[in-house]
Design a protein. Structure first.
Length: 256
């Protein structure tokens, strides 16, 4: 199943790899013009080239979501290129693996500022532009770790859990505040997804599967395209009566 995004314009942060790239590619294939934003310009450009090679329309911008000036420059560039903004996918994020006794303030700040404050900065910059076009939709990337602690290395990542728990409530609060501008706000909470997001971890390895298979009801690791499909749905008009929710895309992880 696909969704019709013809005539819409989407900005996808962290669009240079993983879930962000899969989402940008899907939205482009479904008719949206896509502004791909990533801290790594070459990665964003590669995603944009892939969209264009499939007869889609895309432009690339380099921006760290913690940098308000760069975020606003990407917004302005998207408006110059496409004339409007309808969708925002707040996907950019980082994870670090330090346990509490080794967790320095700089690492705490990096994770919270990227994963949570970055969503505030990007949403504050883009919401007026989305409203000016008559409204639209925002999807934030959370995780099952906003609900439960997943201790795959023998310890939780307290800064990561805290940041993503904040995303869940930020989503609800934004849904309330932006409703009068005709902007819906939802979140997607991925479970184990086969990306290179966690440094040094291979989600498809036998060791990883041995850990995950006891929790998953769907007997496979998730793919970035699984999450992209949920994001596309929540952005689409098919989800026009849905706002303020966090949708797990987790193979049943949170069920047990």
């Amino acid at each position: 199943m696909g969704f019709d995004h013809s005539g819409r314009v989407a900005i996808v942060t962290g669009g240079g790899s993983g879930i962000g790239r899969a989402t940008a590619r899907r939205l482009g294939a479904e008719g949206a013009a896509v502004a791909v934003v990533d801290v790594r310009f070459e990665a964003a450009s590669e995603t944009a080239r892939e969209i264009a090679s499939s007869s889609g329309t895309a432009v690339a911008f380099a921006a760290d979501v913690r940098d308000r000036d760069r975020v606003e420059a990407a917004r302005d560039g998207a408006l110059r290129a496409f004339g409007r903004i309808d969708y925002l996918v707040n996907n950019a994020g980082v994870v670090r693996m330090s346990p509490l006794d080794e967790l320095e303030e700089e690492e705490w700040d990096l994770v919270l500022d990227t994963n949570l404050k970055g969503m505030y900065i990007v949403t504050r910059a883009l919401a007026p532009a989305i409203a000016a076009g008559g409204g639209g939709a925002i999807v934030n990337l959370s995780t099952v770790e906003s609900e439960v602690v997943v201790s795959s290395r023998g310890h939780p990542q307290v800064h990561y859990n805290a940041s993503k728990g904040g995303v869940k409530m930020l989503t609800k609060a934004l849904a309330v505040e932006l409703s009068h501008r005709n902007i819906r706000v939802n979140a997607v909470a991925p479970g184990p997804i086969a990306t290179a997001f966690i440094p040094g971890a291979d989600p498809r390895s036998p060791e990883a599967w041995a850990f995950m298979r006891e929790r998953l009801l769907v007997p496979r690791v998730g793919e970035p395209e699984d999450v992209a499909a949920a994001i596309s749905f929540l952005l689409s008009d098919e989800a026009s009566f849905i706002t303020g929710v966090q949708l797990p895309v987790d193979g049943g992880w949170l069920t047990r």
